[in-house]
Design a protein around this ligand. Sequence first.
Ligand code: HEM
Length: 238
Amino acid sequence: MASTSTDIENSRSAPTTQLDANEYKLKIFQSTLNCIVHITIGATVFVTLMFAFRNGLPIGTTSLHVTLCVIGYQLLMAQATLALSPSNGWTAHLKLVHKRRIHWVLQIVGSGMAIAGTLIMSLEKTVNWNTLHGKFGLVALVFTVVSLVNGFASLYAFELRKCIPGILSKLTHICFGIVAFAASSICLIYGFDKNFFKNWATIPVTNTLIAFTTIFTVIIIIDPFISFYRKSRSLFSR
Ligand code: HEM
């Protein structure tokens, strides 16, 4: 029987050895996680924006705060981190130089929006950092600013190698970035826990959003954790 073009395509990409087969399974697993991460981010950000714009335009200070923070942290900073991951769908085929460019552009825009969103809310309040939501938001803010400054040191690691060893600026950048993103997600979860959000979204939807936020946060920080571990091992094995 004559083989079809699909048969030829399948046989070409079929894994030949056990090692290939395991690698192929790992790739399927990574692609599945990547797919889950984009779906959960999309759903979470979409529902949060629906909440912020529930009364139409113009939006108040709290809604502006929600919009800026969720787009800044959970959309742009999340995509900035994912852009460097080898298994991320939309950046996997780009050159490293372009992945890095996407990373720093998204980080700067995302951090700017997140910082503005946090400051707008803080200026509106008379007593600051008195809720768990606010406290985690403050941790996210501080680590975002430090990670942003530190990111420039990583970007110009070669030029700055005489002042600060490249590996050190990269390790601290990864570490501060992980803390900033994790704190922003914990803060968002406390935001979902506010009564006016739960009343609008209903308890099952709120719980789903909390689960989604936990899932994408854990998946997103896996890659930076691995590269932090690898980089620190290479530092100590020198
Ligand atoms: C990643 C997302 C978010 C971040 C980083 C964030 C950050 C913050 C911070 C830092 C404050 C405290 C300001 C201060 O005490 O000076 C705050 C307050 C507030 N946020 Fe958010 N927020 C986020 C999402 C949300 C969401 C989704 C809601 C509502 C559904 C919300 C509603 C509020 C409200 C009502 C306050 C004032 C009361 C309080 O301090 O707890 N925020 N936010």
